[in-house]
Design a protein around this ligand. Structure first.
Ligand code: SAM
Length: 266
């Protein structure tokens, strides 16, 4: 990797810290029944340790210059496929259908410029890995794992917490990467919830959550002007709130109930 010209446009900050790499792979707890997806294997820092543990690994890498390097690094393993191209355009369902596996995991040091679209691709395509262990920008880690009432609690927190239990595992300093990025990072673990609440209309739920946080300082009454405020007010009342509450103070369950009641009263 010595002569490699890093592409900033692809978010290429490669991990160089053995301790962090080991911790990521250990946290993922992969076994031979696992199909693991890595988005952006890059120079293969994580990949090299992960592939021998997995049943199979699907490696999505945008930069074709890395393919031969990865094949060389993974020589001796026959349980992986490298898919060169933009992960956001990948036919994930079509790719996965070729394999049989018990568990689907995602382990990745994500390219930061598309962290949210990558996570949302899974959810929107209804491909829900049992576990994701991902490196994200520290601020994103706070947002994903935020508690209700905190500054970082937002629509992404609520929406992803519908599917996943999310916790920040550990921080990673910018010094652990080559080249060194301008931000610090953190490893986040997302575990698929066994029991998800019933949502009658997922599009409505998603829209409601997004609109509730449209202007963070505004109340539910102001952010949700286009909705049936009587229905929403009744649900809020049940939980001891009124329309003057801000979205950041509302638990996932309340959003689900508001969306379901709106769906029933259409
Ligand atoms: N996994 C390596 C590591 O930890 O050292 C590299 C991580 S680096 C932060 C992000 C990687 O994602 C780069 O290899 C980059 O080329 C790749 N990448 C960027 N955009 C991508 C996309 N749209 N689809 C697939 N891979 C992408």
């Amino acid at each position: 990797m010595k002569q490699f010209q890093f592409k900033k446009s692809l978010g290429q900050n490669f991990l160089n810290d053995k301790n962090v790499i080991n911790k990521i792979v250990e946290s993922a707890d992969i076994d031979k029944r696992t199909l693991v997806i890595e988005i952006g294997p890059g120079g293969g820092a994580i990949t090299e340790l992960m592939v021998p543990k997995a049943g199979h690994a699907l490696l999505y890498e945008a930069d074709s210059r890395l393919e031969s390097h990865l094949n060389e690094l993974l020589k001796g393993n026959d349980n992986y496929d490298i898919i060169i191209g933009d992960f956001l355009k990948a036919d994930l369902g079509g790719d996965l259908i070729k394999y049989s596996y018990d568990k689907l995991y995602v382990v990745a040091n994500l390219p930061y410029y598309i962290t949210t679209p990558i996570i949302m691709k899974f959810v929107e395509e209804c491909i829900l890995p049992e576990k994701m262990v991902i490196m994200v920008q520290k601020e994103v880690a706070y947002r994903l794992s935020a508690s209700v009432g905190s500054r970082d609690y937002g629509s992404l927190t609520v929406f992803l917490n519908y599917y996943y239990d999310i916790k920040k595992l550990f921080d990673v300093s910018r010094n652990c990467f080559t080249p060194k990025p301008n931000v610090d990072s953190a490893i986040v673990e997302m575990k698929l919830k066994d029991n998800r609440l019933e949502v009658l209309d997922m599009d409505l739920f998603k829209r409601l959550v997004r609109d509730s946080f449209l202007y963070k300082r505004k109340t539910i009454r102001n952010n949700l002007k286009g909705y049936n405020l009587e229905v929403i007010g009744n649900i809020l009342d049940k939980y001891g709130f009124n329309l003057s509450v801000r979205a950041e103070n509302l638990e996932l369950e309340i959003f689900v109930e508001m969306a379901n009641e709106l769906a029933k009263n259409r």
